[in-house]
Design a protein around this ligand. Structure first.
Ligand code: FES
Ligand SMILES: [Fe+2]
Length: 353
């Protein structure tokens, strides 16, 4: 861990060591230091718009639920019953009147208060008031997304990712569908690949390369997010039809990306499974005025790009295990975003000891 030096300028910097991508101990440290201390996208605002609507999520092994209360408040809790730790809710989303544990039937109201404890009379020193569901540190709706912060947040999500919310327009975008991929690589390999400033576009994504104006592709860094932007040039086929306007590729620390083109947004959420595997969830949004053909072509383009990325990321993970490789250098012209990520990650791990 000590071999990464975050104080060097980009021209002199090295990547985090390969062991950070392959060691179970680092993956365990990240669960607390990174995923336990960052805003995590857990779903879409439309899923919890009405009273009783809920969604569940897993944040690096922590089960959580978000539910809209009778009073209209959105609340987030650990999805763990106070009796024997069974989940209160098992479905990804839905609508309930109360939270009833399926194991022994304890019930909690939508504000997390323990209400019913069948056959529990005679239990001494048991304070029902003190046995409500444990709340997460923060929950919020921002943009079309729902966010959870497991620990106490240092600032609201809208302040954390201020530039993203200020510069992105979600007006007119409607959720269409999701797809999920399980990758044989550490979650950071996928993030690194995303943050290389278009360095791999010409080589890995030949079709996409045809419409990106690579000369004007640039990366801007902010406190805990970054954006890669590129004007798009007219192109042929499905790529040309669906990738127009300006491309904006937002990365929000540590594991969320939003890719915006005219009429299209797709988001990528990268979930760590263990040190060698991650899950990437794509969600596709389209402007309400686009045609079914446009949607079909756009999803196909995203799938092709994703397949190309999956292949290279899995190969990189194998390379990171090689005794021949420890760290690499960064392109000053292209890879400022990757070093930014490594510095944020190292700072988080260091802060937690
Ligand atoms: S674990 Fe929930 S009621 Fe027993
Ligand atoms: Fe890529």
């Amino acid at each position: 861990m000590s071999r990464f030096n975050p104080t060097l300028p980009l021209e002199r910097a090295h990547t985090i060591p390969s062991g950070w991508y392959t060691a179970a101990a680092v993956a365990a440290a990240e669960r607390t230091a990174v995923f336990g201390r960052s805003w995590q996208c857990v779903g879409r605002a439309e899923q919890v718009a009405a009273t009783g609507q809920f969604l569940t999520a897993d944040i690096a092994g922590e089960p959580v639920l978000v539910v809209r209360g009778d009073d209209g408040e959105l609340r987030g809790f650990f999805n763990v019953c106070r009796h024997r730790a069974a989940p209160l809710l098992s479905e990804p989303s839905g609508c309930v009147g109360k939270l009833r544990c399926r194991y022994h039937g304890w019930t909690y109201d939508l504000a997390g208060k323990l209400r019913g404890t069948p056959e529990f009379d005679g239990v001494c020193d048991f304070d029902k008031e003190a046995n409500g569901l444990v709340p997460v540190g923060g929950v919020a709706v921002a943009g079309p997304f729902v966010w959870v912060h497991l620990g106490p947040p240092t600032r609201p999500v809208t302040a954390e990712f201020e530039e993203f919310f200020a510069r992105s327009s979600f007006a007119g975008l409607k959720y269409h569908s999701s797809s999920s991929y399980t990758l044989n690589c550490n979650w950071k390999v996928y993030v690194d690949n995303y943050l290389d400033g278009g360095y791999h576009v010409n080589t890995v994504h030949p079709a996409l390369a045809g419409v990106l104006d690579y000369k004007h592709y640039r990366t801007e860094l902010f406190d805990t997010c970054s954006v890669q932007t590129s004007p798009l040039t007219p192109g042929d086929g499905a790529v040309g039809a669906t990738r127009t306007g300006d491309a904006a590729y937002w990365w929000l620390y540590p594991n969320f990306m939003a890719n915006l083109y005219a009429g299209v947004m797709d988001t990528n959420l990268v979930l760590p499974l263990d040190q060698d595997h991650c899950q990437v969830i794509f969600e596709f949004y389209f402007n309400t005025d686009v045609t079914p053909d446009f949607i079909r072509d756009s999803v196909a383009v995203a799938n092709t790009v994703q397949d190309e990325d999956v292949r290279i990321c899995e190969q990189v993970q194998r390379g990171l295990r090689s005794r021949s490789y420890t760290t690499g250098r960064f392109s000053v012209k292209r890879e400022a975003g990757g070093y930014h990520f490594h510095r944020l990650l190292a700072a988080a791990l260091q802060a937690s000891g």
